[in-house]
Design a protein around this ligand. Sequence first.
Ligand SMILES: Nc1ncnc2c1ncn2[C@@H]1O[C@H](COP(=O)(O)OP(=O)(O)OP(=O)(O)O)[C@@H](O)[C@H]1O
Ligand SMILES: [Mg+2]
Length: 324
Amino acid sequence: MIDVQHITKRYGDRTAIERVTFSVNKGEVLAFLGPNGAGKTTTMRILTCFMPATEGTATVDGFDCSEQPQEVKARIGYLPETPPVYQELTVSEYLTFVGRLKGMKSAALRERMPLVIEQVSLGDVRHRLIANLSRGYRQRVGLAQALLHDPPVLILDEPTVGLDPKQIIEILELIKSLAGSHTVILSTHILPEATAVCQRVVIINEGRIVAVDTPEHLSARLRRSEKISLTVKTPPHNFADRLRGIPGIVSVFAPADGGVYLVECALGRDLRDELARFIVTNGWGLLELKTISMTLEDVFLRLTQHEDGMGERSGGETPQEARA
Ligand SMILES: Nc1ncnc2c1ncn2[C@@H]1O[C@H](COP(=O)(O)OP(=O)(O)OP(=O)(O)O)[C@@H](O)[C@H]1O
Ligand SMILES: [Mg+2]
């Protein structure tokens, strides 16, 4: 549905994004993750025909963003970083205005408006001036204008910024409910949001894509070892040393207070069964044993700090090609 091939954007001699390539399948929700200044907004602006790329091509539903902007815009609902709201209009006046701009017929507007107002919980403020709304409510108005003409593609630049926790959950639920029938790209700094609603994640750093994959695959690919946490009721004084004697155990972190032990096993070795038996047969009292998976935060930090091989730019592989 969305295909981006080697797009580069330069502002004067500053390169904002460089040879960015990714695609989004129909009905997929894709998260764009990256630190400040990574190039998320720049990529979204190119996709929404807000500005052309310096090099490369981007298409939406087969239409070229720089050559067929009308076709592309008709298929996209865009929530920019700063919602383009008019302070002097009420919410419903503004949405009517946007609907007309988008070329919606009166009947379609009459049908969609209450639905969208309901979707983003704007019912209580529909007759209030936008100037008098709080930041979170303005964000909802921005989201409403993106959804208004029921576009098949949604590009949402940090849709949950400024919202309260309850509203964040509601908006994420809304995005989830759009998945399947809509293709969505959203940018966020909040990693659990990406895991909660997205099938795939694009991690971008300093204008380059460093990874494209499912959240689960990303953490699995970056894992260097299997980690297990252990809580034991009455461990012997040399418990850590005895664990280190088990083949396959790489390291053991022993807590000073005798709390939770952290055991690192060689990659691909599942020693849970063996560890459990070892503790139980010795009568030390196994209270808890669980594997610790790498969070998306860990993955993100590792990739954006140039620490891991997967984040390197050498080798000429695109992240998709590099995918196992
Ligand atoms: N109009 C502009 N002129 C010059 N440089 C720009 C312009 N817009 C963006 N940039 C630069 O391009 C780079 C990418 O910016 P962009 O806004 O796309 O990042 P972002 O990932 O959206 O960041 P944030 O998380 O802060 O929103 C940054 O280095 C930024 O300074
Ligand atoms: Mg941005």
